[in-house]
Ligand binder design. Structure first.
Ligand code: 17E
Ligand code: FE2
Length: 410
């Protein structure tokens, strides 16, 4: 099948051929082979599929059940979730994850890294998510992080639960240093998590310093261990909101280590704009990690949604456009080139974090997975909240949408 007249990643119109679920040719001068089916993409923007590099699918769609988060803080969210955990069952998890995956798919997402809370002696969410990862394989690639929401050292039997979760099939090991009881526990929990990952050949994704405390310094331990254990870019630091509040002298010292360690960052600008700064009066901190400076230093950063309608965030439709839109505002990255290239936060940069390798990208020989947006370039797509007209995964259309029409009556 020949797809014609597509602006691939903001470039001039071009064509690409898809055979047996792969891209077999890409270029402006391709002509249909005898009898070949053609699809005219009408000069619209084609991108590699969107990637959700940070979400909690096990908690999604539970806001207000059994209680609403009234303070809007991360810590009250954790309390609310602790109450909801008692009601978890395979049926409840399956139903919510299926709904969330459909929301994402309609918005052009084909890959999700989900954190799954393993501070639960039953590990029911982990077991169910491992099944769902298999079941949903044809429509959504899911990567699972064993996430100790209530701590590794500060939760009963926390270490063993992490080991069990990895045995059940987690792809990555998590940690939450800023939630551990003490600074010593926080360092020890990170040593434990990264050593477990090194031993079991897993990726790492740490909820790292998600607090407005300038003394929260889990990140330096994550980066140092990533370097010393040779894990490098297998390691990701998510949130890192305390970095917003670090003093500049410390950040300059830290940057050297971050570059040497080659770790990835995931920032969640939509949710952390809502959760952070809650103990401030005025001025209130934005509480987002230093995305602009990390990018300028050549460090890989992607953006995640983090939550869809759960104890930490009472909104969300599964559209990563909202995440990018907020991210560019709050990080003050609104230069022309920055806006035009911002899709990379939810495509190629996220692909690096997830280690998708040759499985991802519009290039000959790779799986023919791509999306078509109702715009000519990403600047316009972002600004107009353009619909994802079509989403193809390995050559098969898995979602489509018809843009709404508004008329002025004057
Ligand atoms: N849990 C956590 O520790 N931090 C978050 N941002 C969410 C869950 C959503
Ligand atoms: Fe998170």
């Amino acid at each position: 099948m020949l797809f014609q007249n597509a602006r691939i990643e903001n470039a001039a119109p071009s064509s690409f051929r898809v055979e047996d679920g792969k891209f077999t040719a890409i270029g402006p001068d391709l002509v249909p082979l005898p009898g070949e089916e053609t699809v005219d993409l009408g000069g619209k923007l084609a991108l590699p599929p969107f990637i959700e590099s940070h979400v909690h699918l096990d908690t999604c769609l539970t806001a207000g059940d059994p209680v609403w988060n009234m303070s809007g803080t991360l810590f009250e969210g954790i309390e609310c979730w602790s109450k909801r955990k008692d009601k978890l069952s395979p049926k409840d998890i399956r139903e919510r994850v299926h709904r969330a995956v459909r929301l994402y798919a309609a918005h052009g997402v084909q890959f999700i890294r989900t954190h799954v809370d393993v501070t639960d002696p039953s590990l029911v969410a982990m077991e169910t998510m491992v099944e769902l990862r298999e079941e949903l394989r044809d429509t959504m690639d899911i990567q699972i992080v064993a996430f100790p929401q209530e701590g590794i050292l500060s939760y009963p039997n926390g270490r063993q639960l992490m080991v069990d979760a990895v045995r059940l099939g987690a792809d990555a090991v998590g940690a939450i240093p800023h939630f551990e009881f003490t600074r010593e526990y926080s360092v020890e929990s990170l040593n434990f998590a990264l050593e477990l990952a090194a031993k079991e050949n897993k990726l790492v994704d740490v909820h790292c310093d998600e607090i407005d405390d300038e003394a929260s310094r889990g990140l330096e331990t994550v980066a140092a261990r990533a370097l010393e254990l040779g894990l490098y870019d297998k390691v990701t630091a998510s949130h890192t909101t305390a970095m917003h509040s670090y003093n500049n002298a410390y950040v300059v010292r830290l940057m050297r280590l971050l570059k040497m360690s080659r770790i990835n960052f995931v920032s969640n600008p939509l949710v952390n704009t809502h959760l952070q700064g809650r103990m401030d009066t005025y001025p209130k901190r934005r509480g987002i990690t230093r995305v602009k400076e990390l990018c300028e230093a050549g460090i890989n950063v992607s953006f995640g949604h983090d939550d869809i309608f759960d104890p930490w965030y009472p909104m969300g439709t599964g559209s990563l456009r909202d995440v990018v839109f907020m991210g560019l505002h709050v990080c003050q990255m609104m230069g022309y080139e920055e806006i035009m290239g911002a899709y990379k936060f939810i495509t190629t940069n996220a692909a690096k974090t997830l280690h998708l390798g040759e499985e991802y990208g519009i290039a000959e020989g790779r799986p023919a997975s791509f999306i078509v947006l109702d715009a000519e370039h990403y600047y316009d797509a972002l600004n107009t909240n353009a619909s994802v007209l079509a989403s193809y995964k390995k050559g098969k259309k898995i979602a489509e949408s018809t843009p709404g029409v508004s008329n002025t009556l004057f």
